[in-house]
Design a protein around this ligand. Structure first.
Ligand SMILES: Nc1ncnc2c1ncn2[C@@H]1O[C@H](COP(=O)(O)OP(=O)(O)OP(=O)(O)O)[C@@H](O)[C@H]1O
Length: 222
């Protein structure tokens, strides 16, 4: 089971629908969903079901061409970290890793080194390299560091392990789980892979053909 958590939500959605502006088609319907501090949740569904759209709705940053109706309520000054499918998507391609983590987050070199160490990377060895000089697994670890460096109350990840082999997937899940434990950040992760839920010890939300169904999600309430 996911951890028990206090009940005041970081984010809540009620009676929310996301429609395509051009066609009026409903892409996603969310009757009720709340994310509480410290919870871990996996969002599962088939390709095209609406997982990424749900993550965008949680962040409040929807793609162009869609319209949101209903109520989205967020805690004051809620910080959200984001981990993409491929770590490189979170990084500037030309800047050395250490320099960009410091610049983007305003963190000291010592703090950047600590958070990189938390994901098994040595800032001394990797900090001066550019993204193209790291493996996919290393880039994903850097992206996770970047997401947590801003001390977010919530980290959202979209298919963070789907481009990784099984060993890197398991390591990445252990890191996400460990960091959410030590920092207290809530975690919401979209995936196709049923092993992600057990790897993260997370609750489950299903998205089926554009409708969000709350399953056994501890920390995510209807
Ligand atoms: N900007 C947009 N404008 C209109 N429709 C969109 C837009 N973005 C996504 N959609 C549509 O919304 C639906 C849900 O897309 P979404 O990307 O959330 O699916 P998904 O579950 O994340 O799929 P996958 O696992 O393949 O990434 C799809 O039918 C998609 O075509």
């Amino acid at each position: 089971m996911a951890r028990s958590a206090p009940s005041t939500p970081l984010l809540s959605l009620r009676g929310v629908s996301v429609t395509a502006r051009r066609t009026g088609e409903t892409l996603l319907a969310i009757p009720a969903l709340a994310v509480v501090p410290g919870s871990r949740t996996v969002v599962m569904g088939l390709s095209g079901a609406g997982k990424s759209m749900l993550l965008s709705t949680l962040t409040g940053r929807l793609p162009g061409g869609v319209v949101l109706a209903g109520t989205r309520t967020a805690a004051d000054r809620l910080r959200i970290g984001f981990v993409p499918q491929r770590g490189a998507e979170a990084l500037h391609p030309l800047l050395p890793i250490g320099k960009q983590l410091r610049a983007v987050t305003g963190s000291s070199a010592a703090r950047v080194a600590r958070v990189l160490a938390d994901v098994g990377l040595d800032a001394g060895a990797l900090g001066r390299r550019r993204p193209a000089e790291l493996s996919g697994g290393q880039l994903q670890r850097v992206a996770i560091s970047l997401a947590f460096l801003g001390s977010p109350a919530l980290v959202i990840a979209d298919e963070p392990t789907s481009a990784l082999d099984n060993t890197s997937r398991d390591e990445t899940l252990a890191m996400l789980r460990g960091l959410s434990d030590t920092t207290g950040s809530a975690l919401v992760v979209a995936t196709h892979d049923p092993l992600v839920q057990s790897g993260l010890d997370a609750g489950l939300v299903r998205v089926e053909a554009g409708r969000v169904c709350v399953g056994d999600a501890a920390g995510v309430a209807a």
